[in-house]
Write a protein that binds this ligand. Structure first.
Ligand code: UGA
Ligand code: MN
Length: 333
């Protein structure tokens, strides 16, 4: 009896063990199986496709409203006419290259280049044609007795005078022939070929009504010269030399509206003006100090620099030339 009980218990135990083992094996097999998650994911999927639908509808609406929108009529920017005197020397092409590549970044700019030469040179002609800029190419030689001679100190005679006047002559003649006559939007700026111009200065001057002014860096033996502004008006000038001049400013420090230039057909630069009075000779008849329009944050920012390029030394070139070994003349520099 006891032996039968033992056998039964053993059987029950073995059966229990087998069932548990099968259960465990089944559970383990389920672990590796992919779950049929459709039921759990249904609400998420529905939300995604609803949002997709909405996004699509929005995109469609935006597209339609863009297509029907009338192109906004932007008022045309006034053209800036930049007058640059230039003369042949070793650094001329380098100066004009730098300048032209600055101007390429300025919208609505017309470059009037006036060569100090009895004829237009191939170097400048070629550079302008390839520049990608809107330009006018002129020439006007400086009279011999007015021209700086080799070895003269640079302050002895004014430079670029006849050239700027020739630029003004062309501009007045050309603009008169355009529709709108004397009443045209535009700005005139005199940009020497060796200075450094930030792009910002062109946007500052674009709104010139009569004459706008701003500081010029590295000029007149100073870190900068500038008009001094109080309550929005120019009241005097910060300059180290003869502040009593009518307009003690460098050429790079002002721009004039085209209307004012056209309304004053006689206004020009006086080559006989005493040293430092060239700018004043032009501005005197056009504007009073009280009317000047300060730019560059009330004349507190330097956006143009009166840089001057060192004259390159040619000692070795000359030595080689004497031996017939100079640089190839056919290579334009
Ligand atoms: C300073 C001013 O910044 C000039 O605007 C002003 O004309 C000059 O003084 C002056 O008092 O006449 P600075 O650097 O001394 O300028 O003069 P440059 O840069 O040598 O010449 C001014 C412009 O005239 C330049 O664009 C230059 O290419 C041109 N230039 C110079 C000529 O066309 N011919 C020349 O014989 C010399
Ligand atoms: Mn200069």
């Amino acid at each position: 009896m006891a032996a039968r009980m033992k056998l039964k218990l053993k059987t029950v135990f073995v059966l229990y063990f087998m069932v548990s083992l099968m259960g465990l094996v089944y559970a383990l097999m389920q672990l590796g199986q992919r779950c049929d998650c459709t039921e759990h994911d249904m609400p998420k999927d529905r939300t995604i496709s609803r949002l997709r639908g909405e996004l699509h509808r929005f995109q469609e609406q935006i597209r339609k409203s863009e297509a029907t929108k009338q192109p906004q009529k932007q008022p045309a920017k006034p053209t800036i006419f930049v007058i640059t005197p230039t003369y042949a020397r070793l650094v001329q092409k380098a100066e004009l290259t730098r300048l032209s590549q600055t101007f390429l970044h300025v919208p609505q700019l017309h470059w009037i280049v006036v060569e100090d030469s009895p004829h237009k040179t191939p170097l400048v002609t070629d550079l302008l044609v390839k520049s990608g800029l809107a330009f006018t190419h002129l020439h006007m030689p400086t009279a011999k007795d007015r021209k700086l001679q080799e070895g003269d100190p640079s302050w002895l005679k004014p430079r670029g005078v006849e050239q700027r006047n020739e630029g003004l002559r062309w501009l007045r003649e050309d603009r008169r022939a355009q529709p709108g006559g004397d009443n045209q939007q535009g700005v005139v700026y005199f940009a020497d070929d060796d200075n450094t111009y930030s792009l910002q200065i062109f946007e500052e001057m674009r709104s010139t009504q009569r004459v706008s002014v701003w500081p010029v860096g590295l000029v007149g033996g100073m870190k900068y010269e500038r008009p001094v502004v109080e309550e929005g008006k120019v009241v005097r000038f910060h300059t180290g030399w003869r502040p009593s001049r009518p307009f003690p400013m460098d050429m790079a420090g002002f721009a004039v509206s085209l209307k004012l230039v056209l309304a004053n057909p006689e206004a020009c630069f006086d080559g006989d003006a005493p040293m430092g009075f060239l700018e004043s000779s032009f501005l005197q008849g056009l504007v009073t100090m009280d009317e000047l329009e300060p730019k560059a944050d009330n004349c507190s920012k330097v956006l143009v620099w009166h840089t001057r390029t060192e004259k390159p030394k040619m000692k070795r070139e000359e030595a080689l030339q004497a031996q017939g070994l100079g640089s190839d003349r056919a290579v334009e520099v």
